[in-house]
Write a protein that binds this ligand. Structure first.
Ligand SMILES: [Mn+2]
Length: 356
């Protein structure tokens, strides 16, 4: 069934005559439109893309099956005008995306018989299971990420600052085919590796520092996500011990994952390894998250995810241990969840703590 037909099934279930899709990733998922502005107006029979002059030609090329509704000077006034013609009474809008201001502009002057209904997860539910084509694009983004990591690591040397390494990695992503970053690259040296989401700064590398890099390519709208931790110079036994513990937790989780297990069960598999070694308090985030058009999607691998992880989900597996004023280790791969196991899309080496 097509994505649009799947959506329409959900509209019928919720007794909606139509829905307004304003979330950019959902818009792209349903219509293939890559522009940065526009709203989909989708009914049981109809499908419109409301967008402005800049995109009329592009939208007609990209969004087959959608009628282009030419937006006037005011987007929400144009949408009201279209809705007036369609004469729907029960219309959904995306509660997680539409701002209060946009809602007010939409509602102001709308036919009083129309009821506007907030909907959540309408399209996101469909996006949980990736199609083969989507997996291919994510795999490509992951492969570019591997290359960028390999090239960036080769440039680490005396005098290098966190932001230099981040810039080199970003440059290599673009050079190797990425359209951009899936998210701003995280680089942390030494004790700063204890901050799970450190913004790269002016810190210069020192002998014996951990080097943690978390980044990913964006390729045809799809994200990759990977973290590697290495040491500049010689690793001490404590660094090696923590690294091996995190690696063990990750490998056990990777070995365990298959479709149908809950996000909680998978998270627990890795968390047990770390907790039993006495570092439970130092692994303060979930084991992983889904990745697709957006970098953080559902379902998650976390203690809060009670639902089963479906076949075709693409998730990160990223245990970490963070020790304040000392440093931290995170190892993150991106994998496709399959019936009997996983397909790992990340190829960068991790089997031992790399010393540069
Ligand atoms: Mn991640």
């Amino acid at each position: 069934m097509s994505r649009l037909e799947n959506l329409r099934t959900r509209l019928r279930e919720r007794e909606l005559e139509g829905v307004l899709i304003s979330n950019g990733e959902n818009r792209r998922y349903l219509s293939d439109f890559t522009g940065s502005s526009g709203v989909l107006v989708i009914g049981i029979e109809e499908a419109f893309l409301v967008t402005d002059f800049r995109y009329w030609e592009q939208a007609a090329l990209e969004s087959k099956g959608f009628e282009i509704f030419k937006q006037g000077p005011q987007l929400w006034a144009s949408i009201r005008e279209l809705l007036q013609k369609l004469n729907w009474e029960r219309i959904g809008f995306e509660a997680g995306t539409l701002t209060v201001e946009e809602f007010q502009k939409l509602e102001d002057g709308i036919n009083p018989k129309v009821s506007l209904t907030p909907v959540t997860d309408l399209v996101e539910q469909l996006r949980r299971v990736k199609e083969a084509r989507e997996v291919e694009l994510i795999a490509r983004a992951a492969a570019i990420t591997d290359i960028a990591w390999e090239k960036a690591v080769a440039r680490i040397g005396p005098g290098v600052k966190e932001r230099d390494l981040a810039l080199e990695f970003d440059y290599q992503l673009r050079l190797n085919g990425a359209e951009g970053n899936a998210f701003p690259t995280i680089v942390a040296f030494g004790p700063r590796a204890a901050l799970p989401h450190a913004a790269p700064g002016g810190k210069e590398i020192r002998n014996g520092d951990f080097v943690l890099l978390d980044g990913g390519a964006l390729y045809e709208g799809y994200c990759a996500d990977m973290t590697r931790t290495v040491v500049f110079g010689k690793a001490d036994p404590e660094q090696r011990r923590i690294y091996e513990l995190v690696l063990k937790a990750q490998l056990e989780a990777l070995e365990y994952i298959r479709a149908g297990l809950t996000g909680r069960e998978i998270d627990c598999k890795a968390r047990e390894v770390i907790s039993q070694a006495g570092y439970g308090e130092n692994f303060g985030h979930g084991l992983g998250h889904s990745v697709g058009l957006h970098i953080h999607e559902n379902p998650r691998l976390s203690p809060h995810e009670s639902g089963p992880i479906p076949q075709g989900a693409v998730v990160t597996v990223e245990p970490g241990i963070y020790l304040p004023n000392w440093g931290g280790v995170r190892i993150e791969d991106l994998v496709v969840v399959e019936e009997k196991g996983i397909h790992n899309l990340t190829g960068s080496p991790k089997d031992r703590l790399l010393e540069l």
